[in-house]
Design a protein around this ligand. Structure first.
Ligand SMILES: [Zn+2]
Length: 153
């Protein structure tokens, strides 16, 4: 067995996650809650996340792989109990999976395009007064806010 097979491997192919780690590696790198949400598609309890009402200017990075995912500029108050964005930082920073785990309407799961970790879900057409009428409902525990000063934003 090659020792380096457990190391982070970088792929450039579009559509494949760039950061690949084994389940055991993720488990050791992440807290219990981070692991449960990011790697097992869990959900933090509403109104408990550290970024739910945050208005600080900055960039939200993936807690698992550090990729830039969302900006404070697209964050809005949805009052749903989780941080909400009306758009990702760029089109290719996240990927989408149809989530059929619940009965009723199919939900669209949002994952980090770089490491394929679960982030939350995206909902459309709810009537929020935002440019896209979309709500990226993202778990705080999946994000790390990197503050930027106002003139950088
Ligand atoms: Zn990631």
């Amino acid at each position: 067995m090659n020792q380096s097979s457990n190391e982070e491997s970088i792929r450039s192919k579009v559509g494949s996650p760039a950061v690949i780690r084994s389940d055991a590696e993720w488990r050791s790198r992440l807290s219990d809650l981070e692991y449960r949400v990011l790697r097992k598609s869990g959900t933090e309890a509403p109104f408990t996340g550290e970024y739910t009402d945050t208005e600080t200017t900055g960039v939200y990075r993936c807690r698992a792989c550090d990729a830039e995912l969302f900006r404070s500029a697209e964050k809005f108050h949805s009052h749903c109990g989780w941080p909400s964005f009306y758009a990702p930082l760029a089109k290719d920073t996240v990927r989408y999976i149809k989530d059929k785990s619940l009965f009723g309407p199919t939900r669209v799961e949002v994952r980090c395009a770089s490491c394929d970790s679960h982030l939350g879900h995206v909902f459309s057409g709810e009537g929020y007064n935002t440019p896209t009428d979309q709500r990226y409902c993202i778990n705080s525990v999946c994000l790390t806010l990197e503050e930027t000063s106002a003139d950088q934003a």
